[in-house]
Design a protein around this ligand. Sequence first.
Ligand code: PLP
Length: 397
Amino acid sequence: MILNMRVTYFEKIKRLLCFKCQVYLDNNATTCISRPVRKTMNRVLKHYWGNPSSAYHMGKMSSQIIEKARQQLADAIHAHSHEIYFTGCATESNNAVLKTLSNYFYPKKKKIISTPVEHPSIINTLEFLKTQGIIVQYCPVDKYGRVSPMDIAKLIDEDTFLICCILANNEIGTVNNVKEIAKIAKAHNVLVLSDCVQAFGKIPVNVKELNVDYASFSAHKLYGPKGIGALYAKISSPLEPFIHGGHQEEGMRAGTEAVHNIAGFGTACRDVNKHLSHAEKIRDLKEQLTRQLKESKSDIIINSPETDCLPNTISVTFPNINSGELMMMLDYHGIAVSSGSACSSHINKPSHVLKAIGLSDQSARETIRISLGSDTSASDIQYTIKVMENYFKRESI
Ligand code: PLP
């Protein structure tokens, strides 16, 4: 006990002296900007500030930077560059597909099938569309948040125009069998949108293999900047302009492009294999963390599945410990984790994902999400375990 406290105290001093006062374990909320991305963005901000729509040299240089980034993203997800549209964020990409397709099909077809574990950028848009006459059916998931392709198949009818299924869940890390879902959808002539935001950079994402029609992406989950996302839309799949104005992004998304953000996103995509190569190390650290947490508190419940899960994500329920208090305690010790998705952590409502996998309101309020990143080290994990162990010991007295 004394030794543990000493280690914790020593670690704290060391971290403060090294200016490393943070153990950042909330990489599903956002990631730090990598050095190469920062370098690219600085260069673009300094030298390439011309309007990409301008016909003279400066404009053309900016335009070329955008096209290079488009190709880098296309290469990273195995798409064609004509299938990539830059957006302001993945929330915008998801809104764009759901709203323009509803507009395109309604009233001939009215039904969208989705899951109850989607990100709020999907769920809240679907709930809005319900007020516009769209019928939304949420296919139930199992206790790990997995949706069964066969259950989805049972919901498809003549009225269905879209299936919307997240590839990897942001709160518990569950990876869904989107490839099988898309196969079923194709057999029924139904389109598929998959939110690939959390999967990208953590597991390989190949849109052609998945055979989805639409996929959404966000740079800031991939060591890129905030305020830039992308939409993949298969060439043959319908898409209508979602921001009206100028001709940018093939007339689909008007507005002068954020060239520096796009360039940063491109560099992050170029480095995607580097991030993927860290997966094994990250998975090992996650397993070590899980094992040691179980040893120090035997009644914890791991909500993330052991297989078909993002290598970096773990959702843990600590019975009789309020997640808000636990987070604050960890924050005091310089450790950042979250109690759910960053988008909903300010709402004092139990997470819809945790509810969908069967947790009670109380258990959901006793749950935290820990998400590791490329920079997470063994000493970060050791330090986190020590801090938690000390807390559990104090709590049990
Ligand atoms: N989809 C998922 C699964 C996410 O985790 C997030 C962000 O947390 C989003 C969509 C929204 O991304 P953005 O912040 O780019 O709007």
